[in-house]
Design a protein around this ligand. Structure first.
Ligand SMILES: CC(=O)SCCNC(=O)CCNC(=O)[C@H](O)C(C)(C)COP(=O)(O)OP(=O)(O)OC[C@H]1O[C@@H](n2cnc3c(N)ncnc32)[C@H](O)[C@@H]1OP(=O)(O)O
Ligand SMILES: O=C(O)CCC(=O)C(=O)O
Ligand SMILES: [Zn+2]
Length: 430
């Protein structure tokens, strides 16, 4: 989406160097935490296909898979091959692309599904089954003994085929803790590669996530994957809490698309992790590709990128109020935790409105190289901008007309009269 029209790009205005040591790292390092050592399981092509508007052709899936691979995500998770013939073939096609990311498919805890998954040639299988009383009663109707026996059978089979296998409990946060720990212990004992915790209904909060993952971390040796729905707005915070507690893998989708209002968004998670350990994120992921993949997915599912989206929302790097603008122009770190250039984005300072200040206007004067205008001139013009912007906001072009008119009138000492002529922003048309 285009940046706001009344803005000035100030990316070259960074005047103060960043401190070498990041102030955003946790103060006391926790050896169990994986904030600086996590993997992303990108599920746009599985969870994302469960988004209301999603229909991905094979070509679109390939395009999305390649774009995600270019970012450097560790895994791509694909829709179950049991879903349809095309889903089966798409698993095969994407497995054969030779991507750097490992390819997973996602299946029920069922031998028929496991056999189909192996036939597709994927690198691994994410197996899931509901363990809450809701799902045991109203979804599959199986008790914990049956689930445990079936899980062991399915995991053993997939492992015997030389594939990576993960076992996850659906609706983990509404499952009985003893049931959960017992089944995770049982599958860990037979060498499952990862266990998964899923907040299927988006009911968990970061503190609950931290406690469950920490407890699980002390019970199993294998990796721990976490999957968070966003129904109550905690999907990114929960992912972060999970990593702090010792989870190793986080599920994401582009723009967070998925069942209902979706899951942890890839861009939002990367923003959060960049704020926690910038170097790890910069070394591992190509953040400048985020915008491209979001645009591909947004157009494929017929939505626009939200105005306030992490990183790529059209105002994500726009600064407006005069107090902010002055400080940002002196040092962008004053009001930015993310550096726009690290994400291939630009910073804007918006000046054509009544919240503007003379420092921001002076900066525009410098950009336009109106060299003989003084600070007093900047203050006088700022007062005029505020007066006009009380009628309606001005575009950057409107402001520039005012600045240039004032500047040329100053050569003949007529500048104050020029300002008085303007009583309405419409007179500043280009
Ligand atoms: C929380 C999540 O997002 S989990 C992932 C969700 N993903 C999907 O559902 C993939 C797309 N799904 C589909 O294409 C279909 O639902 C299929 C092919 C998987 C199954 O289709 P159908 O056989 O027609 O069954 P239907 O969808 O009506 O019901 C689900 C069946 O799976 C069983 N089931 C549900 N969850 C599980 C599970 N985790 N493990 C084993 N069996 C399960 C149910 O008992 C039910 O079986 P039934 O034939 O005895 O009724
Ligand atoms: O397989 C998993 O861990 C998660 C499945 C899922 O999409 C969910 O429970 O919301
Ligand atoms: Zn889900």
């Amino acid at each position: 989406m285009a940046p706001p029209r009344d803005s000035t790009d100030t990316n070259d205005a960074d005047r103060v160097r960043e401190p070498i040591v990041s102030p955003y790292m946790p103060k006391y390092p926790d050896p169990m935490s994986n904030i600086s050592n996590f993997k992303i399981i990108e599920s746009t092509l599985r969870e994302g296909e469960q988004f209301a508007n999603a229909f991905f052709s094979t070509e679109k899936k390939v395009e999305i898979a390649k774009a995600l691979d270019a970012i450097g995500v560790d895994y791509l998770e694909l829709t179950s091959p049991a879903a349809s013939e095309q889903s089966f073939n798409d698993c095969k096609t994407i497995s054969n692309l030779g991507l750097k990311a490992k390819i997973l498919t996602h299946t029920r805890c069922h031998m028929d599904d496991a056999r189909l998954a192996i036939e597709t040639g994927v690198d691994g299988v994410d197996v899931v089954i509901g363990t809450s009383s809701y799902l045991r009663e109203f979804s599959h109707g199986k008790d914990m003994d049956y689930i445990t026996t079936k899980a062991i059978e399915v995991i053993t089979y997939i492992k015997d085929q030389g594939k990576e296998v993960r076992f996850s409990t659906e609706d983990s946060f509404r499952s009985d803790l003893v049931d959960l720990l017992s089944i995770y212990k049982a599958v860990d004992k037979i060498g499952v590669h990862r266990v998964g915790i899923a907040d299927t209904v988006g009911c968990a909060n970061p503190r609950q996530v931290y406690e469950l993952v920490r407890t699980l971390r002390s019970v199993v040796n294998c990796d721990i994957e976490c999957h968070f729905h966003n129904d109550t707005g905690c999907a990114i915070a929960n992912a972060y809490a999970a990593l702090e507690a010792g989870a190793t893998h986080i599920d994401t989708s582009v723009l967070g698309i998925g069942e209902r209002n979706g899951i942890t968004p890839l861009g939002g998670l990367l923003a959060r992790m960049y704020a926690a350990d910038k170097q790890y994120v910069l070394d591992k992921y190509d953040l400048k590709q985020i915008r491209d993949v979001e645009n591909i997915v947004a157009s494929a599912v017929d939505v626009t990128v939200p105005f306030n989206n992490y990183i790529t929302g059209y105002c994500a790097f726009t600064h407006k109020a005069g107090i902010h603008a002055k400080a940002i122009l002196n040092n962008p770190s004053t009001y930015e935790i993310l550096k726009p250039e690290d994400f291939g984005m630009s910073r804007y300072v918006s000046i054509g409105h009544r919240l503007t200040g003379w420092n921001a206007v002076k900066n525009r004067i410098e950009q336009l190289q109106l060299v003989d205008l003084t600070e007093d001139d900047a203050k006088t013009i700022t007062a005029k901008i505020k007066e006009l912007a009380d009628i309606r906001p001005l575009s950057l072009e409107n402001v520039d007309v005012l600045l240039r008119q004032y500047h040329s009138a100053k050569q003949t000492s007529n500048h104050l009269n020029v300002l008085q002529q303007y009583v309405n922003p419409d007179q500043l048309a280009v």
